[in-house]
Every structure is written in C-alpha cells, then in structure tokens.
Design a protein around this ligand. Structure first.
Ligand code: PRP
Length: 181
C-alpha cells in the first residue's frame, strides 16, 4: 500500500530572512518617520513570527494589534471567501497603519482586509508581506513592501503552516510530496 507523506527542503534560510527583515524595517521606519505611533496589524495566524521580528527592528513608537481572517481553513486551496474571525482591539481612524502578512497568494485575503481597514479612515495604510507568489494572483493586490518573491511552491515555516504543522520552523521550506510503499 502506498502512503503519501512529505519532506521539507529549505528554500530561504533563517539568516537570509533576518537580513531581509532588517532591510524592510529600515524602509518602513523611514517611510513613517515622525509618526506619533504606528499601528502594526498582524494577520493571524501566519504572520506571528514575522511581525515579532519586524517590530523589534522598527525604530518608531509602535502599537501592535491583530486581525484574523481566514480564507483557507486547513485546505490547500483558497475558498475565495474571506471571513473575519477576530477583529482589531484598537482604532485605526486617523492613524498610521501597517498591515503585516506572511504571504500573498491569490490576493483575496489582503484585498478584503485592506478594504475593510481603509473603510475605517486611517491616515496612511501600507502593507508589508514577507512572501509574494505573483503567479497565483487572482485580484489586483500588491504589498508596499515584499520580503521575497517566490515561485508557485507549497511553502511552510517561519509562521506558515501545512495543515497547522511546521509553523515553528525557523526557515522557509518547500514541501515535497513523496510516496512511501
Ligand atoms: C493564508 C496566509 C495568508 C493567505 C494568503 O492564511 O497566511 O493570510 O492565506 O492567501 P490569499 O492571498 O490567497 O488570500 P490562512 O487562511 O491559511 O490562515 P493562517 O494565516 O492562519 O495560516
């Protein structure tokens, strides 16, 4: 009987991620220079490691908030339906906001979330995404800052899961399916 399992090949090392996070934080700090306070909104759950590293490199007063939107559930394909499972605790009206996302795939999640937050009247709203898969895009959506542009591979680690596993890998890995006999 054949059993489908998988292995993970490293795609982006922890060191390369750390270096890129520093670059992104420098650009974000320069962009919002002089802000009273930057509201950094992490999209749960995938962004939790990225936002933790990023805010520690941002040289501005920062407020951290989280929003949970789900389009995938535990499935591998986007349902295209974006649900808000947990809304922000704080206000964004009249404030400087940075949305932090782990990966932009079809773009449905970010386009829904940014439309929602823009409807609340922020002063400025930008997006920082660690990974971008432009070949998968179905709606016109581009983050202000992108860490790495990647091909259409199934990736895990540094916050990103495969069926709720592997989020704790310190690097970004590529899933390779194997068949055991
Ligand atoms: C994943 C990922 C992004 C979104 C990207 O979230 O973290 O938020 O999908 O896909 P899209 O561009 O096609 O909308 P998921 O719903 O799997 O939740 P999670 O962050 O809790 O893993």
């Amino acid at each position: 009987m054949t059993k489908r399992s998988y292995e993970i090949d490293q795609m982006i090392s922890a060191k390369a991620i750390a270096a890129r996070v520093e670059d992104l934080a420098r650009e974000i700090t320069a962009h919002y220079e002089g802000t009273e306070k930057l509201v950094v909104v992490g999209l749960l759950r995938g962004s939790f490691i990225f936002i933790a590293d990023l805010v520690r490199e941002i040289g501005l007063p920062v407020e951290v908030d989280f929003l949970e939107a789900s389009s995938y559930g535990d499935a591998m394909q986007s349902s295209r339906e974006v649900r808000i499972l947990k809304d922000l605790r704080g206000e964004v009206a009249g404030r400087d906001v940075l949305v932090v996302e782990d990966i932009v795939d079809t773009g449905f999640t970010l386009s829904h979330v940014t439309a929602l937050l823009r409807s609340r009247g922020p002063k400025r709203l930008e997006v920082c995404a660690l990974l971008d898969k432009p070949s998968r895009r179905e709606v016109d959506m581009k983050a202000t800052w992108t860490g790495f542009t990647i091909p259409d591979e199934f990736v895990v680690g540094y916050g990103i899961d495969f069926a709720q596993s592997n989020r704790n890998l310190p690097y970004i890995g590529k899933v390779r399916f194997t068949e055991d006999t």
